[in-house]
Design a protein around this ligand. Structure first.
Ligand SMILES: NC(=O)c1ccc[n+]([C@@H]2O[C@H](COP(=O)([O-])OP(=O)(O)OC[C@H]3O[C@@H](n4cnc5c(N)ncnc54)[C@H](O)[C@@H]3O)[C@@H](O)[C@H]2O)c1
Length: 414
């Protein structure tokens, strides 16, 4: 029995899911194949993902493969109630309602685990965490992880010999992180900032904290919109890369002093803290695009503010030591909370990886150890080639002589 807001929203959900499907043609090919071959027959799959129109297409693909699927939200603010209603109507057990309390959020996670999944799928390792604390009794064949922050948690569990089943780090497939994190987060995080504020980005000082795959995407899109981009990054190679891209590279304190907009995307704790709030300009807007809402120390900001007011949807104004600091989307993922998350076309590749990872776990789990795995390279190559051709790109084919030349060590200056 599903937990959703309103079953009457299913028709709207249907339209949304169909709209995303138009851009998810790699996944559609997999769905057609799953429909014929039923590789997931007899499996229970439990997923904790953003409940969006794109995720819905993944859930329906898994169902087409023969699996019984249960889904809960990986973030209460990203749930689309219409999508949840549509999935519930289509034999997916859904436990997700937009904006639920933390307590209900965990009740929903546990409801998914109550379906006794053989395979779980996470975006942030929340199910896996429960499976290693309160629900250690549940036997699991394997799991999949969608995002960088989840993979970091899982690798730490592996290192400390705590992991009790194999996990596929879907995030680490090239066709996931090089596209979803970069182009998906880049576009949708800027979309979230603009939808929340209606600011003209051109001419503003936009600070991007963290220059990983996501930060690169956000910096590129902000730059493309005419912002003066400053990057904050502790890794010297990445910082240098940012500098050679033409961005300013500064410490977080110096960047905070000049910023009009700051977007944090580090996956780390308190990238913005009291020492930064103290030096910020009046009216600065802060957003987070990292997985958890820990990047801006909101507790400290709250404690030191004399007044907190919601000034428009997705914007809270903090009166802090004589100035105003604006926080977007309550410091949660700005691209999902204030915009529509990643565009379907990029989720197509991420979710093609997820669908194929479930099949790979089913076929290989008996020989896998309790470790973090990446999918075989051939999967990446196949997904990229399919997407390239669907998008009208042409792949160069090397001649036999060229392949031989590249493989040999004897050839040099002639
Ligand atoms: N918004 C989304 O939809 C979305 C999509 C994918 C990933 N994510 C999340 O975004 C975060 C970043 O992901 P990524 O793939 O870019 O990770 P990444 O590891 O490639 O990059 C993170 C970067 O932040 C830097 N960093 C760490 N602490 C910092 C600090 N205090 N100040 C400045 N820089 C710091 C690191 O050196 C690194 O270069 C993760 O939490 C990930 O789960 C969000």
């Amino acid at each position: 029995m599903s937990t959703i807001k309103d079953a009457k929203l299913a028709e709207l959900g249907n339209e949304e899911v169909a709209w995303a499907a138009r851009q998810m043609l790699v996944l559609e090919e997999i769905k057609n194949d799953f429909s014929k071959n039923k590789p997931l027959e007899g499996l229970n799959i439990g997923a904790c993902m953003h409940v969006t129109k794109e995720t819905a297409n993944l859930m329906l693909t898994l169902k087409e493969g023969g699996a019984k699927v249960a889904l809960c939200a990986s973030n209460p603010l990203s749930t689309k109630d219409s999508v949840a209603a549509y999935l519930a109507e289509n034999d997916i057990e859904v436990h997700a309602v937009w904006g639920v309390s933390n307590e209900d959020f965990f009740i929903h996670l546990n409801s998914v685990l109550d379906t006794n999944p053989d395979i779980t799928m996470d975006d942030g390792a929340d199910l896996v965490s429960l499976l290693h604390t309160e629900r250690v009794d549940l036997p699991i064949m394997g799991s999949m992880e969608e995002t960088t922050t989840g993979v970091i948690r899982l690798k730490s569990m592996e290192k400390n010999n705590k992991l009790r089943f194999p996990v596929v780090a879907v995030n680490d497939s090239d066709t996931k992180h090089l596209f979803d994190n970069r182009f998906g987060t880049g576009q949708s995080a800027m979309d979230g900032v603009v939808r929340a504020t209606d600011l003209l980005i051109a001419g503003l000082n936009v600070v991007v904290i963290g220059f990983g795959d996501c930060g690169k995407g956000v910096a590129e899109r902000a730059y493309g919109m005419g912002a003066k981009v400053t990057v904050v990054e502790p890794n010297s190679v990445r910082a240098l890369e940012a500098l050679m891209h033409g961005y300013e590279v500064k410490t977080s304190i110096n960047a905070a002093k000049i910023a009009d907009v700051i977007i944090s995307v580090t996956g780390n704790l308190h990238a913005l803290d009291t020492e930064h709030f103290d030096v910020m300009k009046d009216g600065v807007a802060l957003a987070n695009a990292g997985h958890f809402d820990v990047e801006i120390n909101l507790e400290a900001l709250k404690n030191e503010s004399t007044e907190i007011e919601r000034v428009r949807e997705h914007v809270e104004s903090y009166k802090y030591k004589g100035k105003e600091i604006l926080v977007l989307a309550e410091g949660r993922l700005v691209n999902l909370a204030a915009a529509s998350g990643h565009p379907a076309s990029v989720m197509d590749m991420s979710f093609a990886n997820q669908a194929l990872a479930s099949e790979w776990i089913k076929d290989n789990h008996e020989k896998l150890e309790s470790k973090v795995y990446t999918l075989p390279k051939e999967v990446d190559i196949k997904i990229a080639a399919t997407k390239l051709s669907l998008m009208g790109g042409e792949l160069e084919i090397l001649s036999d002589d060229q392949i031989k030349y590249l493989d040999s060590w004897e050839h040099g200056t002639s």
